[in-house]
Design a protein around this ligand. Structure first.
Ligand code: FES
Ligand code: MG
Length: 567
C-alpha cells in the first residue's frame, strides 16, 4: 500500500473524511491507490524571482495526470533575496523546517520542488532530504538579458558596479536610476552566475532535475515542456522507489563541487551543499571543496567572474556542454532522478560558443575552485573564490582596519585612514552575530581610494557575499566573532597575512598578546540578542558556516513515517 493510501484507503470514518474533503471534482478513482504528488511551490509575489512558478506548476500537473498520478499544489514558505530582512539566509532553515514538516504531515507519495531565488532550492532540497520521499526539482530558471544603452546588464553584479561608479563620480545619479528599469527584463531569477543560477545548475549536477532542464531561461517555453516531463518522471520515480538518498550520494556532491568550479559558481553553494549533505548523512566537509574543486579550470565566462549571462550559457550549450568538458573529473556512478548516471545523460553535448564556454585547453583560469584558508584568524576555516578575486592580492600583507558592525562601517567609510594595502575587517556578521550571516562581506571601498582608481582591496568577514559580487573577499570566517572566534580580537593596525596559494590567513600578533586581549565592548554590543521567536531559536542552535549553518537539531532526517490519525 502506498503512503497516501494510509489516509484514503478503506471504508472507515477517517478514510471517508480524508477523501470527502479532497473530492472537489476529483473522481473516486483518484483514491484508488494511485500516487499523490505534492508540488512544493515557492511562488510568491514577494519573491519576484519565483512569481512565475504557478504557471510552471500547471505544466507539472499535466505531466502527473498524464502518467496516472494526482498532482496537488502545496504553497510553501518562500524567500525573496532582495526583500527579506535582515537576510534571507536567516529564514533558509525555517523554510526547510516548515517544508519538511508539511511534506511529512500530508497524504503524499512524492514531491516536485519548484524553486528559483537563492535560498529556495537549498531549503527545498534540505526539506526533501530530511523526509526522504521521492523528489525532483524544477529550477525556475534565469531571466533573459536586459540591456541599458546598448550593453547587457547583469542582475546584481552591475548594481554593485554601477553604484561604485556613482560613488567614484564616473556615472551620474540620474543615469544610475535610469538603468533600474532595464535590469529585470523578464520573469526568472538573477541572470548572473549568482546563488540562484548556481543552485539551479547544481541541483541538476546532484542528479535532482530532469536531465538538461537546469539553466533553461524562465521565459523559454522549453521550461514548461520540462515541467510537464518532470510531472511524468515523478510518477515513475515513485513506482521505482527512487529517493533523494539514492540520488544524492557523496559522488554527486563531489560532482557538484567540480561543476561549481568550472561554472565559477557562488560561494554560497558551500553552506548550501554542506547543509543538504548534513540532512542526508552524506559525509562532506568544507575541505572537500578545496580538495576536489581547486584543480578544476574555470570554463564558463559568466558574470561576476567573467562577462556573459545565463541566457548566453544556455545558447552556448548549457550545463551539459560545460560538464562534458570536465567529464573525466565526474563520478561516473552518480545517478540522477532517472535512475541513470549523470554522465550518461551528457551524450555528445557540444559547446556552440567558445567565448561563453571555454574549451578545457583554454580555460579562463586554471585552478578555479573555492579555496579554504586556515590560520590563527580562522581556526575552523574561511573561504575565498579566487576566480572573483584580484590576482595581485592573493598574496598580501597589510594593516587591518576593523569595523564592529556594518553600521559602523557605513558611518566611518567616507573618512577612513586607509591605503590600498589596508585590509578591511568586518565582524559580527556570522550566523549568530547578525543573525543569519548576511551578504555584507564585500564591503564598499573607501571613496578616497575609489577616487585614486583602486577597485579592489583585501576584505575579511564572518558573513557571506552575494553570489553576484566579486573582489578579494575572505568569507565565512569560522568560528565567527559572536561565537568567540579570534576575528573578534583583531585591532586596527594589526598586520594580516593572506596567502591563498598556501591557504593561510594569519593575524601577525604574538600568541601571548592575542590570548591577553578582550573582545571590544562595541563589538559585543552589536551582536544579536533576540529574546523570542524564530530568531532566538536560530541564534541558540545555529551551527557555524564550516558545517553549513544548519540548526543543530535539524541535521539528519526523520523519514516519511505516517503519524497518528488526526481525528
Ligand atoms: Fe532572486 Fe537574485 S534576487 S535570484
Ligand atoms: Mg544572494
Amino acid at each position: 500500500m502506498n503512503r497516501s493510501s494510509q489516509w484514503y484507503a478503506g471504508t472507515d470514518r477517517n478514510a471517508y473524511i480524508h477523501r470527502a474533503w479532497m473530492r472537489r471534482g476529483l473522481p473516486s478513482g483518484a483514491f484508488d491507490g494511485r500516487p499523490h504528488i505534492a508540488i512544493a511551490n515557492t511562488a510568491s509575489d514577494l519573491t519576484p524571482c519565483n512569481m512565475h512558478l504557478d504557471e510552471v506548476a500547471e505544466h507539472v500537473k499535466r505531466g502527473v495526470w498524464e502518467s496516472g498520478g494526482v498532482p496537488l499544489n502545496l504553497p510553501v514558505v518562500s524567500l525573496g533575496e532582495t526583500n527579506v530582512r535582515p537576510t534571507a539566509m536567516l529564514w533558509r532553515n525555517m523554510a526547510a523546517m516548515a517544508i519538511e514538516e508539511m511534506l511529512r504531515a500530508n497524504p503524499i507519495d512524492g514531491v516536485v520542488l519548484l524553486g528559483g531565488c537563492d535560498k529556495t532550492i537549498p531549503a527545498l532540497l534540505m526539506a526533501a532530504s530530511s523526509v526522504g520521499l521521492p523528489a525532483v526539482v524544477v529550477p525556475g530558471g534565469p531571466m533573459l538579458t536586459g540591456t541599458f544603452r546598448g550593453a547587457p546588464l547583469g542582475c546584481g553584479t552591475d548594481v554593485w558596479k554601477l553604484s561604485e561608479e556613482v560613488r567614484a563620480g564616473t556615472l551620474s545619479q540620474a543615469d544610475f536610476l535610469r538603468s533600474e528599469s532595464s535590469m529585470i527584463r523578464s520573469k526568472g531569477h538573477c541572470n548572473t552566475m549568482g546563488t540562484a543560477s548556481t543552485m539551479g545548475l547544481l541541483a541538476e549536477v546532484l542528479g535532482m532535475t530532469l536531465p538538461g532542464l537546469a539553466g533553461t531561461p524562465a521565459a523559454d517555453s522549453r521550461l514548461l515542456e520540462g515541467a510537464h516531463e518532470t510531472g511524468c518522471l515523478i510518477v515513475e520515480m515513485i513506482a521505482a522507489g527512487r529517493r533523494p538518498a539514492d540520488v544524492m550520494t557523496r559522488g554527486s556532491f563531489l560532482n557538484a563541487i567540480v561543476a561549481l568550479a568550472a561554472l565559477g559558481g557562488s560561494t554560497n553553494a558551500v553552506v548550501h551543499l554542506l547543509a543538504i549533505a548534513g540532512r542526508l548523512g552524506v559525509e562532506l566537509t568544507q575541505d572537500d571543496f578545496d580538495r576536489t574543486g581547486s584543480g578544476v579550470p574555470l570554463l564558463a565566462d559568466l558574470q561576476p567572474a567573467g562577462r556573459h549571462l545565463m541566457e548566453d550559457l544556455y545558447r552556448a550549450g548549457g550545463l551539459h556542454a560545460v560538464l562534458n568538458e570536465v567529464r573525466d573529473l565526474l563520478d561516473p556512478h552518480a545517478i540522477t532522478v532517472t535512475g541513470r548516471p549523470l554522465v550518461e545523460h551528457l551524450g555528445e553535448a557540444k559547446v556552440y560558443d567558445q567565448e561563453v564556454i571555454r574549451a578545457r585547453e583554454r580555460p579562463l583560469q586554471e585552478d578555479a575552485g573555492i579555496a579554504v584558508l586556515y590560520g590563527n584568524l580562522a581556526p575552523d576555516g574561511a573561504v575565498i573564490k579566487p576566480a572573483a578575486a584580484s590576482p595581485h592580492l592573493l598574496q598580501h600583507r597589510g594593516p587591518a582596519v576593523v569595523f564592529d558592525s556594518i553600521e559602523d562601517l557605513h558611518a566611518r567609510l567616507d573618512d577612513l585612514d586607509v591605503t590600498p594595502d589596508s585590509v578591511l575587517v568586518l565582524r559580527g556578521c556570522g550566523p549568530k552575530g547578525y543573525p543569519g550571516m548576511p551578504e555584507v562581506s564585500n564591503m564598499p571601498l573607501p571613496p578616497k581610494l575609489l577616487a585614486q582608481g583602486v577597485r579592489d582591496m583585501v576584505r575579511i568577514c564572518d558573513g557571506r557575499m552575494s553570489g553576484t559580487a566579486y573582489g578579494t573577499v575572505v568569507l565565512h570566517v569560522a568560528p565567527e566573532a559572536a561565537a568567540g572566534g579570534p576575528l573578534g580580537l583583531v585591532r586596527t593596525g594589526d598586520m594580516i597575512i593572506l596567502d591563498v596559494p598556501a591557504r593561510r590567513l594569519e593575524l601577525d600578533v604574538p600568541a601571548e598578546e592575542l590570548a591577553a586581549r578582550e573582545p571590544s565592548p562595541e563589538m559585543t554590543a552589536a551582536f544579536a540578542r533576540p529574546s523570542r521567536g524564530w530568531e532566538r531559536l536560530y541564534v541558540e542552535t545555529v551551527q557555524q558556516a564550516d558545517t553549513g549553518a544548519d540548526l543543530d537539531f535539524l541535521v539528519g532526517s526523520s523519514g516519511d513515517d505516517v503519524a497518528r490519525e488526526s481525528h
